[in-house]
Design a protein around this ligand. Structure first.
Ligand code: SF4
Ligand code: SF4
Length: 338
């Protein structure tokens, strides 16, 4: 498995990163033992980069895997914290749940715009301080927004412009602290499906600018949450051909999927039966009939893929990217990505 340096972070990772959202309770709901078994298998096959988030609830799966392997992987996690206190609680939770002294990567989760970045300044400052104390190795953001990648790319330049005529909100954001960002985890795919702003080309340009400034990039949703499965070859060639993408997180739920993705990332032919099985596994958002129509999921969905109809949540499958975020706010466990 090819290894690459993750920007200036000092971390070296396998280009294929194991995304654990798909094994989480909001999606496949694998047990810690089953998910941990898959992570350990992937590790033995050379995948040393694992992605999670506080909200995915897959720390137990990772902890189970860590007990089975001898080589420590690079673990990336994410937090919605915006204050120092919340960031501190997130870091301590990750250290405790994973039984690790040092967390490799801590990202601010799902940054949507300049204003979101600005609102998370205090949490980022805390994480940077912890990085400087050696309790975190790298900090960054995850985002579905071109504007966020652009803002960080510009902040990382030696002399960032204070006013961007094409992005007036930039003048409200002091780039100071964002100069310290090591990594970005952006939505990066062939058609730009799932982006909150801009086009696929805009996102590629922003990622190239950030990467040239020394920021590590590991992409997500190279198959657009399943929407690009019918254009698998094209979508995969696009993603893996991007020199700015040091790695890509891919969700996997079986050893077959791990084997298939390793072949893909290694430039080997993908066994037709494995590809057919992946393409046949069409993902769906299932909304149970006990939905009480509170609307929390509708407000949570950044893709405007949910609406209420007759007091019941309804999904627009053409807009949904199967991120599972709506499931995390439903107190009645009505929603699942399957
Ligand atoms: S959050 Fe749950 S209960 Fe509320 S509308 Fe959405 S699916 Fe229904
Ligand atoms: S409906 Fe749910 S899974 Fe689909 S894009 Fe919106 S938040 Fe994500």
């Amino acid at each position: 498995m090819e290894q690459r340096k993750l920007g200036r972070s000092g971390l070296t990772v396998s280009r294929l990163c194991f995304g654990t959202l798909t094994m989480s309770p909001a999606q496949a709901g694998l047990t810690a033992a089953d998910g941990g078994g898959l992570l350990a298998y992937a590790s033995r096959r050379g995948i040393n980069f694992w992605d999670t988030a506080e909200i995915y609830e897959t720390y137990p799966h990772m902890r189970a895997a860590l007990r089975q392997i001898s080589r420590q992987p690079v673990i990336s996690t994410k937090t919605y914290a915006y204050s120092r206190k919340m960031a501190e609680a997130s870091l301590e939770q990750a250290r405790r749940a994973l039984d690790l002294d040092v967390i490799d990567i801590f990202l601010l989760h799902e940054q949507e715009s300049f204003l979101t970045l600005d609102g998370h300044r205090e949490a980022l400052a805390y994480l940077i301080g912890q990085r400087d104390l050696g309790r975190i190795r790298a900090v960054g953001v995850s985002t579905h927004a071109v504007g966020v990648v652009r803002a960080i790319a510009e902040a990382a330049q030696p002399q960032p412009p204070r006013v961007r005529p094409d992005h007036p909100a930039w003048q409200d954001l002091d780039p100071g602290i964002y100069r310290e960002t090591d990594l970005i985890h952006p939505l990066l795919n062939l058609t730009g499906i799932g982006l909150l702003d801009g086009t696929a080309g805009d996102m590629v340009q922003a990622c190239e600018d950030a990467h040239a400034a020394g920021i590590g990039i590991y992409g997500m949703k190279m198959l657009g949450g399943g929407h690009l499965l019918q254009r698998f070859d094209e979508a995969a060639a696009f993603a893996l051909g991007l020199s700015c993408a040091d790695a890509y997180a891919v969700g996997m739920q079986s050893q077959d999927e791990i084997d298939m993705n390793i072949a893909l990332f290694d430039g080997q032919p993908v066994a037709p039966h494995l590809l057919a099985a992946t393409q046949a596994r069409k993902r769906r958002l299932v909304i149970g009939d006990w939905c009480r129509g509170c609307g929390d999921c509708v407000r949570r969905c950044g893709q405007q893929a949910l609406r209420l109809e007759d007091g019941h949540a309804v999904v627009d499958s053409n807009r949904c990217v199967f991120c599972g975020y709506c499931a995390t706010v439903c107190r009645d466990f009505v929603i699942k990505v399957v």
